[in-house]
Design a protein around this ligand. Structure first.
Ligand SMILES: NC(=O)c1ccc[n+]([C@@H]2O[C@H](COP(=O)([O-])OP(=O)(O)OC[C@H]3O[C@@H](n4cnc5c(N)ncnc54)[C@H](O)[C@@H]3O)[C@@H](O)[C@H]2O)c1
Ligand SMILES: [Zn+2]
Length: 361
């Protein structure tokens, strides 16, 4: 993947939540991570947390940069994959931090995708009641989504992300060059989330994604998505109102993921969920057919799925057991047009009809 417009200035997006921090986007930032971390905290030690895959690619660069900036660096690595985002790994991280005598004034630096960021963030928010966390997202999904907003999490057997905290990082460093090594599927998943931002609130950005492949404008896409998410989060840090527009495609998407026992990946499930809710919205005269056509066109261009085999009944059952769904109602994010969505509460019992309108058998 190429870096884009040819220029390489740092884009700095300031996020204001319960704490204020910058998301920096620039090619080559990994090698300057140490100086950036030193700019936001007075730590003497840095715990670098990563998965084995990402560390093999970029770990030494970041470690050397932290050492050059004067930090004592200790590294905790775990095998890559969602299944590692669990209590056992979390416990191991805590024991590691204690064994390395990390203090409250020290810093945790997470290098990796959403799995690393979520579990390292949870450890950072709880160890010694909280120490600074610098996120270095290395997947497109984590750059445009999980590294901003301050949600940390681990999974329990009963549900994904069932345990966690709201804990804002001290700094987020995105290096688009580090995304060049992403597997195709992971890249596409990130594109699905970027497209979501366009559908949710920015028609012009949607058109940009249609006209120019994300991989040719990575820095711009990351910075722009972060700004959209920033604006939602700033208005609503604790997920009580408009932040929930970010859930576009996610209610049905989660049901698809759960029905597939997580063999359908998150970004693909979101692509399916966005298509289904938009089709249902069109059937109910909430948007025009053109809105659905444009959405399907962009998803297909990015090699993303738009349909599922699961029946309305199976998806309904999956949704009913979702922790985010309170007793009897469900909130849908409904596209009125590309770039404009609204929230609507429905009775849970109405959901199967929405799923059928969305195209499920
Ligand atoms: N906190 C939030 O707000 C939030 C939001 C969305 C998703 N999430 C969480 O994020 C997780 C998914 O994130 P993800 O898709 O980044 O998954 P991930 O962290 O598992 O990364 C996907 C795979 O790509 C590899 N990888 C990462 N960076 C790479 C690179 N630059 N080059 C080559 N390989 C690389 C990883 O080793 C891993 O195998 C889920 O656990 C989800 O719950 C959290
Ligand atoms: Zn998502």
């Amino acid at each position: 993947m190429s870096g884009g417009m040819g220029e390489n200035r740092m884009q700095r997006i300031r996020v204001t939540a319960s704490r204020t921090y910058d998301v920096c986007v620039q090619e080559g930032l990994l090698a300057r991570a140490g100086a950036c971390v030193a700019g936001v905290c007075r730590a003497s030690a840095a715990a670098l947390i990563s998965d084995e895959t990402v560390f093999a690619l970029y770990g030494e660069t970041v470690k050397a940069s932290l050492e050059a900036a004067g930090f004592r660096v200790v590294c905790f690595l775990f095998p890559a994959g969602e299944s590692q985002k669990n209590l056992t790994t979390y416990g191991e991280i805590l024991h590691f931090l204690a064994a390395c005598r990390l203090k409250r004034s020290d810093v945790i630096v997470s290098l990796g995708g959403g799995v690393v960021g979520d579990i390292a963030g949870f450890a950072a928010s709880t160890y010694l009641r909280g120490l600074s966390h610098v996120q270095i997202p290395t997947t497109l999904l984590s750059a445009v989504d999980s590294s901003v907003g301050g949600k940390t999490a681990i999974n329990l057997d009963s549900a994904k992300n069932q345990v966690g905290t709201f804990y804002q990082p001290a700094l987020v460093l995105c290096d688009p060059l580090a995304l060049r090594s992403l597997p195709e599927q992971s890249y596409r998943e990130g594109c699905a989330e970027a497209i979501k931002y366009g559908v949710m609130g920015d028609e012009r950005f949607f058109s940009e994604l249609l006209d120019t492949p994300v991989c040719e404008q990575l820095a711009h896409v990351i910075a722009h998505c972060v700004m959209i998410k920033r604006d939602c989060v700033a208005a609503d840090e604790f997920d009580l109102g408009n932040r929930r527009l970010l859930n576009l495609g996610h209610t049905i998407g989660h049901a698809v993921e759960s029905c597939s026992r997580y063999t359908v990946s998150h970004g693909y499930a979101v692509a399916i969920g966005m298509t289904m809710i938009t089709r249902a919205a069109w059937k109910r005269n909430i948007c025009k057919e053109e809105t659905l056509d444009r959405l399907c066109a962009i998803l297909e261009r990015y090699g993303l799925p738009t349909e599922t085999e699961y029946t309305a009944d199976a998806l309904y059952e999956a949704a009913r057991s979702d922790k985010k769904i309170s007793a009897s109602t469900l909130e849908l994010v409904l596209p009125e047009d590309i770039g404009r969505c609204r929230l609507e509460q429905i009775a849970l019992t109405e959901f199967p009809a929405w799923l059928r309108d969305g195209g499920a058998r």
